[in-house]
Design a protein around this ligand. Structure first.
Ligand SMILES: [Fe+2]
Ligand SMILES: [Fe+2]
Length: 262
């Protein structure tokens, strides 16, 4: 039997549903395949299906065949997974999604305001440019750029509730800074993203106190991404050469801006 669904991406719920179906109907051998429509390509979804069903000997993965059955009713969890709730997909699939930066635009569109989603893409693109200039991991840079403001839309009440449990000492910080802390808890809790190389720069991105190259890249990119409405050509060329000097410049300008505003 060939079972087709969008599998965009395959969720734990769907793995379970297929196993139940086999049991209930006494089917011994099943092929699963992704439909044509999806954010991810058919081949990407085939790869994820292979990971999800790797340990099930009687469930195989195929593509482009005539399906015997179309599986529906599981779209809600797929949509949530595309919004960043990677907890809803099998662990092996989750790792693949994170490593390959899949669904990042969809995550920021679902979690952030339209303005913030555009900013997040601008930051991600700038992080990639700077990582390339300094021979660092471009994928990691893109990931932290996209995700750094993931909880920016969280209300102060919700932010306070999260910090009260996870990091009470941060409650004394200005609430504008909270999102850099709540983002880390959100990413661990909902996305299953634990990589400190991504989380530490996000934690540090508002205050700019981080000392690694990735800390510096995210801090700078956040301030100079192309959607900020001032000319940052000089900042970008300086940051490509010297991250420390660029952090100092951006920090100094930020202080001047705040002083004038007060
Ligand atoms: Fe931020
Ligand atoms: Fe930002």
């Amino acid at each position: 039997m060939i079972i087709e669904a969008s599998f965009d991406p395959v969720t734990v719920e769907m793995v379970q549903a297929i196993r139940n179906l086999m049991k209930q109907e006494g089917i011994h051998e099943v092929y699963v395949q992704p439909g044509n429509e999806g954010i991810l390509s058919v081949d990407q979804r085939v790869r994820l299906l292979r990971l999800a069903f790797a340990s099930y000997r009687h469930i195989h993965v195929t593509k482009g065949k005539k399906a015997d059955r179309i599986l529906t009713g599981y779209e809600e969890n797929e949509k949530l997974a595309r919004s960043g709730y990677f907890r809803l997909v099998p662990a092996s699939v989750r790792r693949d999604l994170i490593e390959n930066n899949l669904y990042l635009p969809q995550i920021v569109e679902a979690q952030c305001s339209p303005h913030r989603a555009i900013h997040s893409k601008g930051v991600a693109d700038t992080c990639v440019i700077l990582a390339r200039a300094h021979h660092l991991d471009e994928k990691l840079a893109e990931r932290m750029g996209y995700l750094h403001d993931v909880t920016k839309a969280m209300s102060n009440e919700e932010g306070e509730a999260v910090l009260r449990i996870w990091s009470p000492s941060d409650l004394s910080l200005n609430p504008k800074i909270w999102h850099s802390r709540t983002a880390v808890f959100w990413l661990k809790h909902n996305m299953g993203l634990y990589d400190p190389k991504v989380l530490i720069p996000i934690w540090n991105h508002t205050l700019g106190q981080g000392k690694s190259d990735y800390d510096r890249i995210l801090y700078i990119a956040d301030k100079i991404e192309p959607n900020r409405n001032y000319d940052t050509t000089y900042h970008l060329s300086l940051a490509k050469k010297d991250l420390r000097k660029a952090v100092d410049l951006v920090m100094k300008e930020g202080e001047e801006y705040r002083r004038k505003g007060n």
